[in-house]
Design a protein around this ligand. Structure first.
Ligand SMILES: NC(=O)c1ccc[n+]([C@@H]2O[C@H](COP(=O)([O-])OP(=O)(O)OC[C@H]3O[C@@H](n4cnc5c(N)ncnc54)[C@H](O)[C@@H]3O)[C@@H](O)[C@H]2O)c1
Length: 258
Protein backbone atom coordinates (compact mmCIF):
# COMPACT_ATOMS: atom_id res chain seq x y z
CA UNK A 1 0.00 0.00 0.00
CA UNK A 2 1.40 3.41 -0.96
CA UNK A 3 1.58 5.95 1.86
CA UNK A 4 1.12 9.27 0.06
CA UNK A 5 0.29 11.12 3.28
CA UNK A 6 2.96 10.03 5.73
CA UNK A 7 4.03 13.07 7.78
CA UNK A 8 1.03 15.09 6.60
CA UNK A 9 -2.01 16.51 8.36
CA UNK A 10 -5.47 16.40 6.80
CA UNK A 11 -8.48 18.32 8.13
CA UNK A 12 -11.95 17.03 7.22
CA UNK A 13 -15.22 18.77 8.10
CA UNK A 14 -18.54 16.96 8.34
CA UNK A 15 -16.63 13.86 9.42
CA UNK A 16 -19.26 12.38 11.76
CA UNK A 17 -20.73 10.23 8.99
CA UNK A 18 -20.98 9.53 5.30
CA UNK A 19 -18.45 10.91 2.84
CA UNK A 20 -16.61 12.92 5.51
CA UNK A 21 -15.93 9.89 7.70
CA UNK A 22 -14.85 7.86 4.65
CA UNK A 23 -12.48 10.66 3.59
CA UNK A 24 -10.95 10.89 7.07
CA UNK A 25 -10.35 7.14 7.08
CA UNK A 26 -8.95 7.32 3.54
CA UNK A 27 -6.35 9.94 4.45
CA UNK A 28 -5.52 7.98 7.61
CA UNK A 29 -5.11 4.77 5.59
CA UNK A 30 -2.43 6.52 3.55
CA UNK A 31 -0.52 7.80 6.55
CA UNK A 32 -2.01 11.20 7.46
CA UNK A 33 -2.79 12.43 10.95
CA UNK A 34 -6.29 13.83 11.12
CA UNK A 35 -8.26 16.75 12.46
CA UNK A 36 -11.99 16.09 12.16
CA UNK A 37 -14.92 18.42 12.80
CA UNK A 38 -18.69 18.17 12.86
CA UNK A 39 -21.73 19.63 14.60
CA UNK A 40 -22.79 16.12 15.64
CA UNK A 41 -20.65 14.88 18.57
CA UNK A 42 -21.56 11.18 18.74
CA UNK A 43 -20.67 10.27 15.17
CA UNK A 44 -17.61 12.51 15.42
CA UNK A 45 -16.32 10.58 18.43
CA UNK A 46 -16.87 7.33 16.55
CA UNK A 47 -14.82 8.63 13.62
CA UNK A 48 -12.01 9.63 16.00
CA UNK A 49 -12.00 6.08 17.37
CA UNK A 50 -11.85 4.62 13.85
CA UNK A 51 -8.94 6.84 12.79
CA UNK A 52 -7.02 5.97 15.96
CA UNK A 53 -7.77 2.27 15.43
CA UNK A 54 -6.12 2.72 12.01
CA UNK A 55 -2.98 3.82 13.85
CA UNK A 56 -3.10 7.55 13.17
CA UNK A 57 -3.43 10.55 15.48
CA UNK A 58 -6.79 12.25 15.44
CA UNK A 59 -7.95 15.49 17.07
CA UNK A 60 -11.55 16.64 16.89
CA UNK A 61 -13.61 19.78 17.34
CA UNK A 62 -17.37 19.98 17.61
CA UNK A 63 -18.42 23.07 15.70
CA UNK A 64 -21.42 24.71 14.08
CA UNK A 65 -19.94 25.97 10.82
CA UNK A 66 -22.77 28.45 10.34
CA UNK A 67 -21.19 30.52 13.15
CA UNK A 68 -18.36 32.83 12.10
CA UNK A 69 -17.09 33.35 15.65
CA UNK A 70 -16.76 29.58 16.12
CA UNK A 71 -14.90 29.22 12.82
CA UNK A 72 -12.38 31.91 13.79
CA UNK A 73 -11.90 30.58 17.35
CA UNK A 74 -11.61 26.89 16.39
CA UNK A 75 -9.50 27.72 13.35
CA UNK A 76 -6.97 29.51 15.58
CA UNK A 77 -6.91 26.57 18.00
CA UNK A 78 -6.27 24.12 15.15
CA UNK A 79 -3.46 26.25 13.68
CA UNK A 80 -1.84 26.50 17.14
CA UNK A 81 -1.95 22.70 17.50
CA UNK A 82 -1.05 21.93 13.86
CA UNK A 83 1.20 24.64 12.39
CA UNK A 84 1.36 22.73 9.09
CA UNK A 85 -1.80 21.50 7.39
CA UNK A 86 -1.53 19.81 4.00
CA UNK A 87 -5.17 19.15 3.13
CA UNK A 88 -8.37 20.89 4.15
CA UNK A 89 -11.39 18.98 2.85
CA UNK A 90 -14.49 21.17 3.34
CA UNK A 91 -17.03 18.36 3.20
CA UNK A 92 -19.65 19.48 5.76
CA UNK A 93 -22.89 20.50 4.20
CA UNK A 94 -26.64 20.44 4.35
CA UNK A 95 -27.86 18.22 1.54
CA UNK A 96 -31.15 16.68 2.53
CA UNK A 97 -34.61 17.86 3.56
CA UNK A 98 -35.66 21.50 3.49
CA UNK A 99 -32.60 22.71 1.57
CA UNK A 100 -33.97 20.92 -1.51
CA UNK A 101 -36.89 23.36 -1.61
CA UNK A 102 -37.43 25.38 -4.79
CA UNK A 103 -35.64 28.72 -4.75
CA UNK A 104 -38.88 30.73 -4.71
CA UNK A 105 -40.31 29.03 -1.63
CA UNK A 106 -37.72 29.98 1.00
CA UNK A 107 -37.46 33.21 3.00
CA UNK A 108 -34.38 35.30 3.79
CA UNK A 109 -33.46 33.73 7.14
CA UNK A 110 -33.46 30.18 5.77
CA UNK A 111 -31.61 31.24 2.60
CA UNK A 112 -28.87 32.85 4.67
CA UNK A 113 -28.57 29.80 6.93
CA UNK A 114 -28.18 27.40 4.01
CA UNK A 115 -25.69 29.69 2.29
CA UNK A 116 -23.73 30.13 5.53
CA UNK A 117 -23.16 26.38 5.95
CA UNK A 118 -22.77 25.24 2.34
CA UNK A 119 -21.19 28.22 0.62
CA UNK A 120 -19.55 30.73 2.94
CA UNK A 121 -18.19 28.51 5.73
CA UNK A 122 -15.73 26.65 3.42
CA UNK A 123 -14.16 30.01 2.54
CA UNK A 124 -14.07 31.35 6.11
CA UNK A 125 -12.69 28.10 7.52
CA UNK A 126 -9.98 27.94 4.85
CA UNK A 127 -9.12 31.55 5.66
CA UNK A 128 -8.82 30.63 9.35
CA UNK A 129 -6.47 27.71 8.53
CA UNK A 130 -4.58 29.64 5.86
CA UNK A 131 -1.40 30.26 7.93
CA UNK A 132 -0.95 26.51 8.43
CA UNK A 133 -1.78 25.69 4.81
CA UNK A 134 0.70 28.33 3.62
CA UNK A 135 3.38 27.01 6.01
CA UNK A 136 2.96 23.48 4.58
CA UNK A 137 3.15 24.78 1.02
CA UNK A 138 6.21 26.90 1.75
CA UNK A 139 8.00 23.92 3.30
CA UNK A 140 8.32 22.58 -0.20
CA UNK A 141 5.32 20.40 0.45
CA UNK A 142 2.00 20.69 -1.23
CA UNK A 143 -1.08 22.21 0.39
CA UNK A 144 -4.61 22.33 -0.85
CA UNK A 145 -8.24 22.99 -0.09
CA UNK A 146 -10.98 20.78 -1.51
CA UNK A 147 -14.59 21.99 -1.39
CA UNK A 148 -17.39 19.43 -1.57
CA UNK A 149 -19.70 20.60 -4.33
CA UNK A 150 -22.42 18.51 -6.01
CA UNK A 151 -23.89 17.60 -9.36
CA UNK A 152 -26.83 19.63 -8.03
CA UNK A 153 -24.82 22.76 -8.92
CA UNK A 154 -26.23 22.18 -12.43
CA UNK A 155 -29.80 21.89 -11.11
CA UNK A 156 -30.15 25.42 -9.74
CA UNK A 157 -33.92 25.51 -9.29
CA UNK A 158 -33.34 24.30 -5.75
CA UNK A 159 -31.76 26.17 -2.87
CA UNK A 160 -29.27 23.29 -2.53
CA UNK A 161 -28.26 23.62 -6.18
CA UNK A 162 -27.62 27.34 -5.80
CA UNK A 163 -25.52 26.87 -2.65
CA UNK A 164 -23.28 24.39 -4.52
CA UNK A 165 -23.19 26.41 -7.74
CA UNK A 166 -22.02 29.41 -5.72
CA UNK A 167 -19.48 27.17 -3.97
CA UNK A 168 -17.97 26.36 -7.37
CA UNK A 169 -17.55 30.09 -8.01
CA UNK A 170 -16.07 30.60 -4.54
CA UNK A 171 -13.63 27.77 -5.31
CA UNK A 172 -12.38 29.66 -8.38
CA UNK A 173 -12.07 32.84 -6.34
CA UNK A 174 -10.23 31.03 -3.56
CA UNK A 175 -7.81 29.49 -6.05
CA UNK A 176 -7.05 33.02 -7.21
CA UNK A 177 -6.66 34.48 -3.71
CA UNK A 178 -4.77 31.56 -2.12
CA UNK A 179 -2.54 30.75 -5.09
CA UNK A 180 0.05 33.32 -4.06
CA UNK A 181 0.68 31.26 -0.92
CA UNK A 182 1.14 28.11 -3.02
CA UNK A 183 -2.21 26.71 -1.88
CA UNK A 184 -4.24 24.86 -4.51
CA UNK A 185 -8.05 25.08 -4.29
CA UNK A 186 -10.37 22.71 -6.10
CA UNK A 187 -13.90 21.37 -5.78
CA UNK A 188 -15.23 17.85 -6.07
CA UNK A 189 -18.76 17.49 -7.48
CA UNK A 190 -20.17 14.07 -6.57
CA UNK A 191 -23.15 12.55 -8.28
CA UNK A 192 -25.46 10.28 -6.31
CA UNK A 193 -23.21 8.53 -3.81
CA UNK A 194 -24.70 5.94 -1.50
CA UNK A 195 -24.32 7.10 2.09
CA UNK A 196 -26.56 6.44 5.08
CA UNK A 197 -27.94 9.98 4.75
CA UNK A 198 -28.56 9.91 0.99
CA UNK A 199 -30.12 6.45 1.17
CA UNK A 200 -32.43 7.58 3.97
CA UNK A 201 -33.38 10.92 2.41
CA UNK A 202 -33.77 10.13 -1.29
CA UNK A 203 -36.68 7.83 -2.16
CA UNK A 204 -35.98 4.71 -4.21
CA UNK A 205 -37.75 5.99 -7.35
CA UNK A 206 -35.84 9.29 -7.26
CA UNK A 207 -32.54 7.44 -6.88
CA UNK A 208 -33.43 5.23 -9.84
CA UNK A 209 -34.26 8.32 -11.92
CA UNK A 210 -30.94 9.96 -11.00
CA UNK A 211 -29.07 6.80 -11.90
CA UNK A 212 -30.96 6.57 -15.17
CA UNK A 213 -29.50 9.99 -16.04
CA UNK A 214 -25.95 8.68 -15.65
CA UNK A 215 -23.94 7.52 -18.65
CA UNK A 216 -22.60 4.64 -16.58
CA UNK A 217 -25.13 2.42 -14.86
CA UNK A 218 -23.15 2.14 -11.67
CA UNK A 219 -23.87 2.78 -8.01
CA UNK A 220 -21.61 5.54 -6.70
CA UNK A 221 -20.15 5.07 -3.25
CA UNK A 222 -18.01 6.90 -0.72
CA UNK A 223 -14.88 5.11 -1.95
CA UNK A 224 -15.21 6.86 -5.34
CA UNK A 225 -14.97 10.24 -3.61
CA UNK A 226 -12.18 9.04 -1.32
CA UNK A 227 -10.02 8.02 -4.29
CA UNK A 228 -10.52 11.43 -5.90
CA UNK A 229 -9.82 13.23 -2.63
CA UNK A 230 -6.62 11.23 -2.13
CA UNK A 231 -5.41 12.12 -5.61
CA UNK A 232 -6.40 15.80 -5.44
CA UNK A 233 -4.79 16.25 -2.05
CA UNK A 234 -1.52 14.66 -3.13
CA UNK A 235 1.55 16.10 -4.79
CA UNK A 236 0.57 14.18 -7.95
CA UNK A 237 -2.06 16.90 -8.42
CA UNK A 238 0.39 19.76 -7.83
CA UNK A 239 -0.47 21.48 -11.15
CA UNK A 240 -4.24 21.31 -10.62
CA UNK A 241 -6.06 24.27 -9.11
CA UNK A 242 -9.30 26.20 -9.77
CA UNK A 243 -10.91 22.98 -11.01
CA UNK A 244 -14.27 21.33 -10.35
CA UNK A 245 -13.69 17.59 -10.60
CA UNK A 246 -16.88 15.73 -11.39
CA UNK A 247 -17.43 12.25 -10.03
CA UNK A 248 -20.96 11.54 -11.24
CA UNK A 249 -20.83 8.78 -13.89
CA UNK A 250 -21.59 11.49 -16.46
CA UNK A 251 -24.84 12.66 -14.88
CA UNK A 252 -24.23 16.35 -15.62
CA UNK A 253 -24.50 15.59 -19.37
CA UNK A 254 -27.67 13.55 -18.93
CA UNK A 255 -29.41 15.37 -21.80
CA UNK A 256 -26.78 13.97 -24.21
CA UNK A 257 -27.37 10.32 -23.44
CA UNK A 258 -28.84 8.27 -26.32
N1 LIG B 1 -24.04 11.57 -0.83
C1 LIG B 1 -24.27 12.17 -1.97
O1 LIG B 1 -24.93 11.61 -2.87
C2 LIG B 1 -23.73 13.56 -2.24
C3 LIG B 1 -23.77 14.03 -3.55
C4 LIG B 1 -23.27 15.31 -3.84
C5 LIG B 1 -22.71 16.06 -2.81
N2 LIG B 1 -22.69 15.59 -1.53
C6 LIG B 1 -22.11 16.45 -0.50
O2 LIG B 1 -21.20 15.68 0.27
C7 LIG B 1 -21.20 16.15 1.63
C8 LIG B 1 -21.47 14.98 2.56
O3 LIG B 1 -22.67 14.32 2.19
P1 LIG B 1 -23.18 12.97 2.91
O4 LIG B 1 -24.05 12.27 1.97
O5 LIG B 1 -22.03 12.28 3.53
O6 LIG B 1 -24.14 13.62 4.04
P2 LIG B 1 -24.10 13.61 5.64
O7 LIG B 1 -25.32 14.35 6.06
O8 LIG B 1 -23.90 12.21 6.15
O9 LIG B 1 -22.79 14.45 5.99
C9 LIG B 1 -22.78 15.83 6.20
C10 LIG B 1 -22.11 16.13 7.52
O10 LIG B 1 -22.05 17.56 7.68
C11 LIG B 1 -22.37 17.85 9.04
N3 LIG B 1 -22.89 19.21 9.18
C12 LIG B 1 -24.07 19.69 8.72
N4 LIG B 1 -24.23 20.96 9.10
C13 LIG B 1 -23.13 21.31 9.82
C14 LIG B 1 -22.73 22.50 10.48
N5 LIG B 1 -23.51 23.60 10.53
N6 LIG B 1 -21.53 22.51 11.11
C15 LIG B 1 -20.74 21.40 11.10
N7 LIG B 1 -21.08 20.25 10.50
C16 LIG B 1 -22.27 20.20 9.86
C17 LIG B 1 -23.42 16.79 9.40
O11 LIG B 1 -23.57 16.64 10.82
C18 LIG B 1 -22.91 15.55 8.69
O12 LIG B 1 -22.08 14.76 9.52
C19 LIG B 1 -22.23 17.28 1.69
O13 LIG B 1 -21.57 18.53 1.52
C20 LIG B 1 -23.13 17.00 0.49
O14 LIG B 1 -23.76 18.17 0.02
C21 LIG B 1 -23.18 14.35 -1.22
Amino acid sequence: MTQRYTGKVAVVTGAAAGLGRALALGYAREGADLVVLDIEPKGLAETVGMVRAAGRQCASWQIDLSQEEAIIRVGAEIVAAHPRIHVLYNNAGLAYGEINAMIDTVGMARWLHFLSVNTVSPLLFAQALRPALAAAAQDGGDACVINQSSMAAYLPATVYGVTKSALNQITFGMAHRFGGDGIRVNAVAPGLMETAASNAAIPEDRRAALQDGQMLKLHGGAEDIVELGLFLGSAAARFITAEVMHCDAGHRLRGWRE
